[in-house]
Design a protein around this ligand. Sequence first.
Ligand code: GDP
Length: 367
Amino acid sequence: MEHPENNAEYAGLQVNAGVEQPSIVNPYLKNFRKKRQRLFTPGEYVEGILKGDVSMLSQAVTLVESVLPEHQTIAQEVIEKCLPHSGRSVRVGISGVPGAGKSTSIDVLGTHLLENYGGKLAVLAIDPSSEKTKGSILGDKTRMERLAVHPRSFIRPSPTAGSLGGVARKTRESIILCEAAGYNNIFVETVGVGQSETACHSMVDFFLLIQLSGTGDELQGIKRGIMEIADGIVINKADGDNVDRAHLAATQFQNALHLFPMPESGVLPKVLCYSGFYELGIDEVLKMIFDYIDQVKRNGYFQHRRNEQSKYWMYETINERLKNSFYHNPEIRQLIQPTEQDVLDGQVSSFIAANRLLDKYFHLLKN
Ligand code: GDP
């Protein structure tokens, strides 16, 4: 019998002509890099942002985050021009200890939000650890796999330079640019350690606290005063063997919430269980957020909170600039160490030392 492989038409044994392999180094990369480094005029950035051009938005955010004075000058002008086009969004802060499931949850909540509510979503972060490590643990694209490739999402890791106040201010300024680019949903992720939550709270309309059951977190949350600023509490990982424990934790939180006075918003925070990983209860979490926003828009608290935040950021910016101007003054920098030593040696009191330095600073300013 004729073996099929001897038939000339049998494709399995054909050897195809080799395909020329492209260079492993993208030849356009060089041009691309050069192009990215080019600075545009503030007007060009604004035009690009208003058109929803992601590349322009991204580059403008990089300028906002930059410490170079020439970048800052452009950035401030861009922010100012974008300001009238900002504000039309729902800003949600999402906080939880490392491992609580923030990135998993943001990925899932974000995808559900985009699919069911439409619109666009920007995910920004405030990450205090990036100050020390110079590397961001939050807002990393690879941690949000589905959102990272979604055409209507924009993900930015936390700004790295400066103090917590500085990092938070940059995130707040980036929110303005994202809103001007048409992102009508903003998530601000922050890691639940210390003051970063307060900073995050000062720029969002809804602050969501992700908790875990059975870790003693319930009490910690109460101790650190974080529950007072939460507009909603969610217990993640309510799946498998953990469902009962999660519901128990939810009841404990609900009970604990009654110990606090009614929030200024006039809306009692809800406590929900969900599973980010198995995508259970996700739509309920989104509904909780949007119901809250509806209620506070109707009772006037939404605008009131935004006004308070604007005031807060005005004073924060003044404080930060004054502090920087003082501590970066070359003559003051020289005097600080010896004065500190005088205080430690008991030669002068803390107050006298502080006043001496400040008097010197004011004197330097006058001359
Ligand atoms: P983050 O540090 O708060 O951003 O937490 P991650 O989203 O990185 O999650 C930490 C770990 O918890 C990962 O291994 C996730 O797979 C896991 N995880 C997140 N959400 C859930 C969930 O709903 N159920 C379960 N069982 N595991 C989850």
